[in-house]
Design a protein around this ligand. Sequence first.
Ligand SMILES: Nc1ncnc2c1ncn2[C@@H]1O[C@H](COP(=O)(O)OP(=O)(O)OP(=O)(O)O)[C@@H](O)[C@H]1O
Ligand SMILES: [Mg+2]
Length: 283
Amino acid sequence: MSAAVTSETRARRGDTQAEPREHAQTPVPASDQQSKDVAIRLEKVALGYDSDTIQQGLSFAIRRGDVFIIMGGSGCGKSTVMRALTGLLAPRQGRVLLQDQSLWEVSEAARTQILRGVGVMYQSGALWSSMTLEENITLPLEQYTRLSRQQIGELAEYKLALVGLAGFGGYYPGQISGGMRKRVGVARAMALDPDILFFDEPSAGLDPLSARRLDDLILELRDSLGTTMVVITHDLDSIFLIGDDAVFLDAETRTMLTTGNPKHLRDHSEIAEVRAFLRRGEA
Ligand SMILES: Nc1ncnc2c1ncn2[C@@H]1O[C@H](COP(=O)(O)OP(=O)(O)OP(=O)(O)O)[C@@H](O)[C@H]1O
Ligand SMILES: [Mg+2]
């Protein structure tokens, strides 16, 4: 199996100009126009822990305002990639650019500043159980802004309303359903008005209806606020419903196999593994 990236992203956009079927992973030159449209860019990124390389040769761009899916089998390194994009794990090689700034080639203070524009909802999604929903959301606002208590309270109410939980600020996490807790996780990730939101397996553990509501929420937020969303998920319904674009990571070759719109990849990918994944094993 070749580890080269195919040109499916371009094909999706109807860019039919002749080009090799598989092209090298060299990044597209960042002209001003292109950088304006790109929220995140990876350039030949390699990631690992201790002596293990988990993923390498990662070069792809995440367009501003897209819902971008990171997909691939269990243990292929999806959460690891998210760690590199959210400031938790430095790459071994290559560059990660967030809003055109190289995340790992700046001072820690500058990195913290860049990451202020990023909200993260972790796989565990843990809320602080001894705090009310409102307090869960106000904590980052108290830590990172100089707003007054009243302004912070109003903002928290607004964020809860955005995720469909107006009036629930006084509840504790233990008093609401799993689906509602996930929504609070989204509201908390949005507390500081991030330009980019990351979700690690947002629908894991939710019943199908709650999972669908969370997907609808992600689309609403993208459409109303223009937030760029990076979502790790295995859930095929979700992938096809919300994904504008995607990257497929492979555990065996330890690199990306392709990028592109998920439905386009399902119907047209030249790579058997990718088709099999997106067609529930029926390649
Ligand atoms: N902190 C760590 N130290 C060492 N190895 C790690 C660490 N975190 C993850 N790994 C290893 O890196 C590999 C990729 O893990 P990662 O959690 O990124 O995969 P994933 O695609 O998110 O998996 P899943 O779908 O199960 O969530 C696994 O082999 C895992 O054991
Ligand atoms: Mg994971």
